[in-house]
Design a protein around this ligand. Structure first.
Ligand SMILES: Cc1cc2nc3c(=O)[nH]c(=O)nc-3n(C[C@H](O)[C@H](O)[C@H](O)COP(=O)(O)OP(=O)(O)OC[C@H]3O[C@@H](n4cnc5c(N)ncnc54)[C@H](O)[C@@H]3O)c2cc1C
Length: 512
């Protein structure tokens, strides 16, 4: 029996969240889809692994855009609609902020959150609520406009707040509210999930981040992030998608400016008029298109013009006591020696010591995360990719252990307990781990940086002009919606929509 069919409607390179979302949506519309994944399991970064008999979450802190069962946000709704049945758990708090002069646990819900800020900075309630309400209005506009694009005059009429703030950075808009510094610090904690300092971060992105996480809370799958990957893959196969693991796509075959298939490392040439790639455009346009002469110079200019965003360094500890016994009280802790996001961003350019960490104790959101009597605690920083490109092979181990030690010592001091005395398992993930595992460009986890020059609104406007090869689409953190697992799902859906729109247009043209 032949392993592959003679032709597929669409080939998806990469069976992680973005690629599987594309596959689900295309299969739902009746297309014949092949997913090629180089690992022996789906999910990419959304995965787990086993050490000492304990399954350990590899990455997920929290998912955005899920929402409660009766009030789903776009990612939760898409997964429900596709029949991907995930056992979501709501994270109990927003976060615990441990910043200079601040120790407080914040909770989701705009009014609750504003009240909690007010308890630290009396008198700030009204202003904070005003900021959050503005974020919510912009968030609603972004969601509507991403489905129903409209002319600029109509936009101004119906989405005034969105249009008026779209050209401003987060710093500029927050400055206009004249908030006391501590209130501003508390509103800044989530910045690490988008990874650009506020001088450069468009207010639109900040709005989406705050409205989603603070307004609706965050969620985690009961069986760790791999539950999402496994259930999406399982459902895609039920819907007729062919998923082949251990298949590394080396080349995307192009003729006369148009995709006609892919070649795997095993040498199979598989035909399709559409390819959706999880691999970064940087990699595709510099080494995967065959022949490379089919890559137009504008494609190289485009990738050179974009700044690859942050990568991750994470120490994951499995500890021999329950969280409470170790003084860990919160699911999520943002711990910083400053809350100046631009200073932290510059600090992430180096190899430490780092000034801002995000820590997660999964057991406090999911009692089943590790066996009774133990808990997991991860400490993560998000360095810029350039920092790690310069690390030499002979220095790698030393640098990795030095940074891990710094992070563990810092959090031990904060918690008042020597975490190293309680370690059952310890795993250190570096940007090199991420890069090796996913093949992502320089270990980037967040795609291209959101900046005032390159953000969702601008990307929507340049998207057509950036289709350099007919039939080639991209799905991953490197696409319009940007970083994170939720946006990866949205990016995957957008790639599928582009394919479906193109097929429809071609059919309409042929019928004329
Ligand atoms: C430590 C850490 C913590 C994180 N925490 C969060 C969080 O709390 N919330 C959140 O939303 N996000 C978080 N992220 C980021 C998030 O994991 C990523 O943005 C997201 O998972 C990216 O998904 P993706 O589908 O774009 O690609 P990836 O997960 O990068 O997967 C790409 C897939 O494509 C496959 N592939 C690539 N090239 C080829 C090829 N040539 N042939 C075949 N297969 C190929 C890879 O094997 C992989 O399976 C975190 C990341 C890390 C590292």
């Amino acid at each position: 029996m032949k392993f592959y069919k003679d032709h597929y409607d669409v080939i998806v390179i990469g069976g992680a969240l973005a690629g599987l979302s594309s596959a689900l949506m295309l299969a739902d519309k009746g297309l014949d889809v092949l997913v090629l994944e180089r690992h022996n399991l789906p999910g990419g970064i959304a995965t787990s692994f086993v050490r000492g008999g304990i399954e350990i979450e590899a990455s997920l802190h929290e998912m955005m855009s899920i929402g409660e069962k009766d009030n789903r946000l776009k990612v939760g709704k898409f997964l429900d609609d596709m029949g991907v049945d995930i056992d979501w758990l709501k994270v109990p708090e927003a976060y615990h902020a441990s910043l200079p002069g601040i120790e407080i646990t914040m909770h989701p819900g705009f009014e609750t959150y504003a009240r909690e800020v007010d308890s630290v900075v009396p008198g700030s309630y009204d202003k904070v609520l005003k900021v959050l309400n503005l974020c919510h209005t912009v968030f609603d506009s972004v969601n509507e406009l991403s489905i129903h694009p409209m002319s600029k005059p109509m936009m101004l009429l119906k989405h005034e707040a969105f249009v008026k703030t779209a050209g401003y950075s987060t710093k500029e808009v927050l400055d206009s509210f004249d908030l006391p510094q501590k209130a501003r610090d508390l509103l800044s904690c989530y910045w690490i999930y988008v990874g650009t300092g506020f001088e450069e971060l468009p207010f639109t992105i900040f709005s989406v981040l705050m409205a989603d996480y603070v307004g609706y809370g965050s969620f985690i799958p009961h069986k760790l992030s791999h539950e999402m990957s496994l259930k999406m893959a399982e459902r895609a196969e039920e819907m007729g998608v062919q998923i082949e693991y251990r298949q590394h796509v080396e080349k995307i075959l192009v003729r006369d400016g148009k995709v006609y298939g892919v070649r795997t490392a095993r040498g199979d040439e598989i035909m399709s008029d559409y390819v959706i790639s999880a691999a970064y455009p940087n990699k595709v346009y510099t080494s995967m298109i065959e022949p490379l002469s089919e890559v137009p110079p504008q494609a190289i200019k485009m990738v050179n013009g974009r700044r690859v965003s942050l990568t991750a360094f994470s120490v994951i500890l499995i500890l021999d006591k329950e969280a409470e016994e170790l003084g860990i009280k919160d699911y999520s802790i943002f711990h910083g020696t400053t809350m100046d996001t631009d200073e932290i961003y510059r600090n992430f350019k180096g190899l430490g010591p780092y000034k801002y960490t995000t820590c997660i104790c999964h057991n406090l959101g999911n009692p089943d995360a590790t066996p009774p009597g133990t808990c997991s605690f991860s400490i993560t920083v998000l360095p810029q990719v350039d920092a790690w490109k310069e690390v030499k092979a002979e220095d790698y181990d030393r640098i990795k252990h030095e940074i891990a030690k710094q992070l563990i010592d810092e959090m031990s001091e904060y918690l008042g307990v020597d975490l190293l005395d309680h370690v059952l398992e310890i795993v250190i993930e570096t940007p090199v781990t991420v890069s090796h595992y996913t093949g992502m460009w320089n270990g980037s986890i967040y795609g291209y940086a959101h900046t005032m020059e390159d953000h969702i609104v601008a990307r929507l406007q340049t998207a057509e002009a950036e289709k350099f090869i007919e039939g080639l689409e991209f799905a991953g953190a490197h696409q319009i919606s940007g970083d994170g697992m939720g946006p990866a799902v949205t990016n995957g859906r957008k790639a599928a929509k582009n394919v479906l729109d193109d097929i429809r247009k071609k059919k309409e043209a042929a019928a004329k």
